[in-house]
Design a protein around this ligand. Structure first.
Ligand SMILES: [Zn+2]
Length: 293
């Protein structure tokens, strides 16, 4: 039996679910050594053993990619469509005259889009090399603790694709609750470990899905466990699928990622049906958590 403590505190019944090379950076780049991915029977969290790149966003490799304003523009473009879909899911009107915090704001792409509706935009971003860009448009902090000390709260808190990088998910969730106004709502999206591709082609998809940058791999059971541990009682677990049917077929056909609309066979109504079906079946790419104070 493994003597490896899970993030929930349990150190019994920890199983190895994967012990191969994992992704390091973009598709096609693998680690030199094998890495173990573990699963805790108690909370059902799956996690990377001994993560070395805990703060990937603070590494010089990552920083080098964004050393001038044209690459910042490219960065915004790259993320804009995905974020607009998430804003659509929340409902654009919800941001009207609201104070909004983005936890793990990156270059502020999300906050830039909703700034015109909201009354104030606040970025929390630990990677300080983004701060010069962020400060031009948003109130900017490194950590949630900085806001908690000043008693700054917001009506809407979002955190997209961040919690899977975190080494203290309980504190992370507590912090989110603590920066929410009384009637506020927080939206957290994180990859769903029970994604359709992990179900259909676990061997092929695992080498892509498991990556040095992601420490934690949540499913519904484990995210609920951590929400409870963080003292969060009012929450809803929903599902959110980011990829299309074309992407699924290319994975099955060529065993590799293709991005969106690669096959150009399926129309919007077909894709909408596929996506809502996966979300209903809880097989989507992401878990979508809504938290109230
Ligand atoms: Zn656990």
């Amino acid at each position: 039996m493994l003597k490896n403590k899970c993030y929930c505190g349990n150190n019994k019944n920890i199983n190895i679910v994967y012990n191969e090379k994992i992704r390091s950076g973009s598709y096609g780049n693998l680690t030199k050594k094998k890495h173990r991915i573990l699963n805790c029977k108690k909370c059902d969290l799956t996690y990377l053993e001994n993560p070395k790149e805990k703060f990937f966003y603070e590494t010089s490799e990552y920083r080098k990619k964004f050393n001038n304003s044209s690459t910042i523009k490219t960065h915004h473009k790259l993320h804009e469509d995905r974020l607009k879909k998430k804003i659509f899911k929340i409902g654009e009107k919800k941001f009207k005259k609201k104070k909004v915090i983005d936890v793990g704001a990156g270059a502020g792409t999300f906050l830039n889009i909703i700034k015109k509706h909201s009354s104030q935009t606040i970025a929390i971003e630990p990677a300080s090399f983004w701060h010069n860009y962020l400060k031009k448009k948003h109130l900017t902090f490194s950590y949630a603790d900085d806001l908690i000390k000043k008693n700054i709260k917001a009506d809407i808190v979002v955190s997209f694709d961040v919690i899977e990088h975190i080494d203290d998910p309980i504190k992370f969730l507590k912090d989110i609750k603590n920066i929410l106004n009384k009637n506020g709502v927080a939206y957290i999206a994180t990859p769903n470990y029970n994604d359709i591709l992990m179900n259909l082609i676990p061997n092929t998809f695992s080498q892509f899905n498991f990556r040095t940058a992601h420490t934690l791999y949540f499913n519904e059971k484990s995210i609920k466990f951590f929400l409870k541990k963080a003292g969060i009682k009012k929450y809803k677990i929903n599902y959110y699928h980011e990829m299309d049917f074309s992407n699924l077929l290319v994975w099955l056909k060529d065993k590799k990622p293709s991005g969106l609309n690669k096959l150009k066979i399926f129309n919007d109504s077909f894709e909408k049906f596929y996506i809502s079906y996966l979300e209903k079946k809880k097989l989507s790419s992401h878990l979508w958590v809504e938290i109230k104070r």
